[in-house]
Write a protein that binds this ligand. Structure first.
Ligand code: 3UK
Length: 524
């Protein structure tokens, strides 16, 4: 096993190397498969160089931000590497967010260029006058229009030759936004070094990726779970990646892609596995025999789902906990050493410890706060000094997760130290859902908590007090859920609305969410 450290990399290192080392070894191998295009490593590399050259013509320089807002398509990938290669910073934007959130991210990052898919352009046009820093908009999958360039036209005339910018291994190359309980999302910067490190430490050493593999998954490229799992790690070992732009929450979409492109590794969140298992006749109707291994992250994978999957497919799921702050997985089960329901064990490259409120390590079996130390951690939240100080504690990173270790050394997730919910592996802030509900004319006050669904996975549930003159009904509940879908990314909507005459409060009038969580436990 190769234990890589940051100092083992050249001082001047550009993560485009993860793509380009393949040119010497397997230039004509298929690097990327998708319904729209199939590209070899040479093809990808040529297009990356064209994007890099085109960006330079727009005066994008080292350290500048360039945003990508697109479904998972080959153009996402060539844009990403093109941006990194010229030493700029790629801002992978969550396509599920609403235009006002995109506006915040584009302003906070000060992206100078936005590469946007035609399907998402109308949302951007609606906030165009707020985007004072965006100088150029490039449209993927569409024609040039007033003031915007077509991606295809934009790169067509460019040379396929380009020398990588002499980036330092510690230079930033990517920026992702992650939501917190309150306030704006947090910008998390990663450096060039984080990419090969995490690929080696987890992708190769723990997961055991090989050149003959083909990856596919539901985590999107804008999420570091996706960037690492379905793009960076496979190319690091010369394996191929399968991309699909359709919404992965519809399990049929994943099955179609598996059947067509025959991947060997599947990445998914627990909800994704539960949705597949809930399909009638799964897996008989569908050829998933190409798969050799599955990965789960984003939230903990309940043991019954692990066993159900094993029974129906004979495949193991490797559950590991990762975070955007660390770039990817830092505590993990591994092939041949799995304890279903747990997050597995630490592996070389990362240290973890479980501490009490004073920072003292707790005894085995006791629940405490999980801290992690490793060389792929981000350094701060962009423009958020106080939040950064609470999370990045010198060499250690405060994860916000509660954990305990069992007698055999496996780590078990035991909740969060904040109110944040992971829904389908993605953050949902109860505070955001509450403030959306409260803006509806019928709602007097409300509280949102996590409630386990039939697969024991958490989904938002809202307790609502209606204003005078409004009556609880199924129709009112539906109205409120539809209202949330319209105002927020759809995955944040409450799945259940419970009308109550009042909410439990503290003496100072603060809603006590924990009381509602307790009441739910009793109800079952
Ligand atoms: C939770 C898990 C239990 C945990 C992520 C793999 O999820 C990712 O990143 P985020 O920044 O969220 C991080 C938080 O999510 N979590 C993630 N995985 C697990 N809890 N078991 C798990 N297996 O609360 C953590 O602090 O959205 C996951 C790779 C890259 C990622 N960015």
């Amino acid at each position: 096993m190769q234990i890589m450290r940051a100092v083992d990399l050249p001082v001047y290192y550009n993560a485009v190397n993860i793509l380009e080392h393949n040119l010497a070894e397997r230039a004509d191998k298929v690097a990327l498969l998708s319904a729209s295009r199939e590209l070899t490593f040479r093809h990808v590399s040529n297009e990356v160089n064209q994007v890099g050259n085109a960006l330079k013509k727009l005066d994008v320089r080292m350290g500048d931000m360039v945003a990508i807002l697109s479904p998972d398509l080959p153009e996402w990938v060539t844009s990403f590497f093109g941006i990194m290669k010229i030493g700029a910073i790629a801002v992978g934007m969550n396509t599920l967010l609403k235009p006002h959130e995109h506006a915040y991210i584009l302003r906070d990052s000060r992206a100078r260029v936005l590469i946007v898919h035609a399907a998402l352009l109308p949302g951007i046009e609606s906030i165009r006058n707020e985007l004072e820093f965006v100088k150029h908009i490039i449209v993927v999958g569409g024609k040039a229009s007033a003031g915007n360039l077509s991606f295809e036209e934009w790169i067509k005339i460019e040379s396929t030759e380009l020398v990588a910018a002499p980036t330092h291994r510690d230079d930033f190359c990517s920026l992702n936004y992650s939501s917190g309980t309150t306030g704006e999302p947090k910008g998390i910067l990663h450096a060039h070094k984080d990419y090969p490190l995490t690929a080696q430490l987890w992708g190769v050493n723990v997961l055991g990726l090989r050149e003959s593999d083909r990856t596919v998954g539901s985590p999107r490229l804008f999420f570091t779970f996706g960037t690492g799992g379905v793009l960076i790690f496979p190319w690091y070992v010369g394996a191929s990646v399968v991309l699909f732009p359709e919404p992965p929450r519809i399990p049929q979409n994943i099955l179609n892609v598996i059947e067509r492109f025959k991947p060997t590794i599947l990445y998914n969140a627990p909800t994704g596995y539960a949705a597949l298992l809930a399909m009638e006749d799964f897996p008989n109707k569908h050829a998933i025999s190409s798969l050799r291994l599955c990965v789960s992250a984003g939230e903990s994978l309940p043991a019954p789902i692990w066993h159900g999957w094993k029974e129906r497919t004979s495949l193991d799921i490797i559950d590991g906990i990762g975070s955007t702050e660390n770039f990817h997985i830092f505590l993990s089960n591994r092939p041949g050493d799995i304890r279903p329901g747990s997050s597995g064990k630490p592996f070389p490259g990362y240290e973890v410890k479980i501490v009490d409120e004073d920072g003292k390590e707790v005894a085995q079996g006791q629940i405490g706060n999980l801290l992690v130390k490793g060389e792929t951690a981000a350094l701060f939240y962009l423009h958020q000094y106080q939040r950064s100080q609470r999370t990045f504690l010198g060499e250690w990173l405060f994860t916000g997760d509660k954990y305990y270790v069992d007698a055999d050394g496996y780590y078990w997730h035991a909740g969060r130290s904040d109110d944040m919910l992971k829904v389908g592996g993605i953050w949902v802030s109860p505070v955001e859902v509450e403030s959306t509900l409260i803006s509806h004319p019928a709602v007097l006050e409300c509280a949102v908590v996590g409630q386990a669904d039939a697969s024991t996975l958490i989904k938002p549930r809202a307790f609502v007090v209606l204003k005078e003159g409004y009556k609880p009904s199924d129709d009112m509940a539906k109205q409120l859920i539809d209202y949330c879908k319209e105002k927020m990314a759809e995955y944040k909507r409450p799945r259940w609305i419970e009308f109550v005459p009042e909410l439990p409060k503290t003496a100072t009038g603060k809603i006590q969410r924990f009381k509602m969580r307790e009441a739910q436990k009793q109800v079952g």
